[in-house]
Design a binder for this molecule. Structure first.
Ligand SMILES: Cc1ncc(COP(=O)(O)O)c(C=O)c1O
Length: 317
């Protein structure tokens, strides 16, 4: 669960106090789910605070908004600057950054395309999200709720309304005592978690579903694919059956908030010998070092935040 608190929220160009960040109860986004958003993280690095893959998140936000007929009245550069400004104003690291594009004025009627399009950016303290706080792996459940087909709700756009199926799947898994749900696509292939992409490892090859499984094309997914390839593991994007998942050597989730979380069991079925398996461990360690600016070739993924604290040097194991 995320702690929803911060100091300041950026709303259409103004930094307002957290408690004053309000919109009208009859706003279009609240009633019909027509809003798009991002989840971004910032971390302490040896050179100060940095937002991870800021450009890619802002590009996805703009693409999602465009698809939903909500042109954002700011350029990519202006949004990036606003995110950094909000991060500085909140002065918390590591943080979770939530930009939201919405129509905030009172306007009932689902076909409304005219209401003012607004942008809000919140920054809240970030914690570990999945599991017991260790890296020993999470228990997931195959959800009875499937991902909506992209003919109905295109999965490439990170739209608020897409999260109804994530919500149902997550509520079901949580009430059954699991850490997370895995949703299948309409054809019964593995799609994704409620807020994560899914990877499996078999015989040293790293597999993950592609867009045809109605997934969000996660930025952490892209990060993990790049790291896995750089480490010398073949990577394959393909349809993944439940059978392939249950019999995998290793499996893990990727997501901005979940980061890279090993999966130790699906339902009653343990995955591999012990989580994290060796390939997951190597990708996860590299990912964590990349986030902290410890690997020069991945520094391009870090957008510096001026004036924020440096990370204390980590003890090497
Ligand atoms: C449904 C869904 N799939 C996958 C992801 C992972 O995407 P990313 O790595 O860009 O955070 C998210 C999180 O944003 C998500 O909500």
């Amino acid at each position: 669960m995320m702690a929803a608190n911060g100091k300041k929220i950026w709303m259409d160009g103004r930094l307002v106090d957290f408690a004053q960040a309000q919109v009208h109860v009859l706003n279009h986004t609240l009633h019909y789910g027509v809003g798009v958003f991002e989840g971004i993280r910032a971390y302490p690095t040896a050179r100060g605070g940095a937002v991870f893959r800021l450009k890619e998140h802002v590009a996805r936000l703009i693409a999602s908004a465009k698809f939903y007929h909500m042109p954002i009245p700011y350029s990519a550069e202006e949004i990036e600057r606003a995110i950094v400004e909000t991060q500085v104003a909140n002065h918390t690291l590591p943080s979770y950054i939530r930009p939201l594009v919405y129509r905030g004025e009172p306007a009932l009627g689902v076909k409304n395309l005219k209401g003012k399009v607004s942008l809000a950016i919140a920054v809240i303290p970030a914690k570990k999200y999945l599991g017991d706080g260790s890296d020993l792996g999470v228990r997931a459940k195959i959800s009875p709720f499937r991902k909506p087909h992209s003919d109905a709700l295109p999965s490439f756009a990170k739209a608020a309304g897409n999260y109804l199926s994530s919500y149902l799947a997550g509520a079901d898994a949580t009430q059954d005592g699991y850490d997370e749900a895995i949703l299948l696509d309409q054809n019964g292939y593995v799609a994704e978690g409620t807020g994560e992409n899914v990877f499996v490892v078999r015989d040293g090859t790293v597999y993950t579903p592609g867009l045809e499984s109605d997934i969000l094309l996660g930025i952490t997914r892209d990060t993990a694919l790049r790291i896995a390839a750089d480490l010398g593991y073949p990577t394959v994007q393909k349809l993944i059956s439940v059978n392939e998942l249950l019999s995998a050597d290793e499996a893990f989730f990727t997501g901005t908030y979940a980061e890279l979380a090993p999966i130790r069991a699906i339902g009653h079925y343990p995955i591999g010998a012990a989580a994290p398996g060796p390939v997951t461990r190597e990708i996860m360690d590299t990912y964590h070092r990349a986030l902290r600016g410890e690997i020069p070739k991945y520094e391009e993924w870090l957008a510096p935040v001026p004036g924020l604290a440096r990370a204390a040097p980590r003890a090497r194991s």
